[in-house]
Design a protein around this ligand. Structure first.
Ligand code: AMP
Length: 189
């Protein structure tokens, strides 16, 4: 494992270093929020500045490599990652929120969950047509949320240059459901 003391946030870190950092700073919570789910808790990462810095640095590199001009974060944990990445790039930040949270004119997308549906929204004027947007979230699971977010962004005219996630749960069909989105996981489980 890479020591976070060796991987200072100011130095460029590799995706391998980020994967090592994530292995050491993600807590598995069994049967939460419901039986059968292993929740990937990122709070140990958030509370360890050097580790968080490595991960944010790698996400910022991914955004730079793809020429992103705007970073979009998915509520709620995606905001915690997208905001510092946008700040490092000097890029705009676009929140994709749960229904009823954004005050302006919005566009919405509804997608299926295991039981029922969920709706997310974006401000209709959130991005200009020439913006290159990197979408960020913590976990790609079934892919419904990311696919809906992708649809919202393209619907308001953005070019989505990829989906960066801390963890992809490869035993779920997230990648298929988000195709043709370019998925960039820092750690695949
Ligand atoms: P999905 O739409 O199934 O890909 O779920 C993705 C959203 O749910 C993301 O915003 C994640 O934050 C959250 N999520 C799904 N599964 C997990 C998990 N096992 N641990 C933590 N968050 C999860």
């Amino acid at each position: 494992m890479t020591s976070i003391d060796e991987a200072a946030p100011e130095r460029p870190a590799t995706t391998d270093a980020a994967a090592d950092v994530l292995r050491g700073h993600i807590r598995d919570v069994q049967d939460w929020p419901q039986p059968g789910v292993v929740f990937k808790d990122i709070t140990p990462l958030l509370s360890t500045p050097a580790a968080f810095g490595v991960v944010i640095g790698v996400l910022a590199d991914i955004a730079r490599q793809r020429g992103a001009t705007t970073i979009a974060g998915i509520e709620a944990r995606g905001f915690l990652l997208a905001a510092p990445v946008a700040d490092r790039l000097g890029a705009g930040l676009v929140p994709i929120r749960k229904k009823g949270k954004l005050p302006g004119p919005t566009r919405s997308a509804t997608y299926d969950l295991e039981y029922g549906t969920a709706t997310i929204e974006i401000h209709a004027d959130a991005v200009r047509p020439d913006e290159r947007v990197l979408l960020i979230d913590d976990v790609l699971a079934t892919g419904g949320t990311a696919a809906a977010a992708h649809g919202l962004l393209t619907g308001v005219g953005a070019e989505v240059v990829g989906l960066a996630v801390l963890m992809e749960l490869s035993f779920l069909p997230g990648r298929e459901r988000t195709a043709p989105l370019d998925v960039v996981p820092l750690l695949t489980i």
